[in-house]
Design a protein around this ligand. Sequence first.
Ligand SMILES: [Cu+2]
Length: 116
Amino acid sequence: MKKISRTLPILALLGMLFIPAHADNMKGMAGMETDKHTPMSSHKGQGSVNSIDTATNTVNLTHGPIKSLGWMGMTMSFKVKNKTSLDRIKVGMKVDFDVTKEPDGTFVITTITPVK
Ligand SMILES: [Cu+2]
């Protein structure tokens, strides 16, 4: 019994450390963070392409941290504003992209290009 009562609090603590990290980050993505004052500002990111959906103009990226947005690196999907920029990229490519926050709070890629 002694052993259990010592281990459980440690497990609970570990859970608290690991679970909220990504949840907090996704809150920022949903537009609940602080950059309301600069809604159309552009942020530069870099990542690799996991999938491209030309029917919905959506691209799934694993991107690195974007400091100007307070984002950690993660895998997520973005709408791409300029259809034709999807013609230049392929699954597996490393890409540079610009992302802006729309008035409705969603994040949209304006330009996406292969890393030179
Ligand atoms: Cu993200």
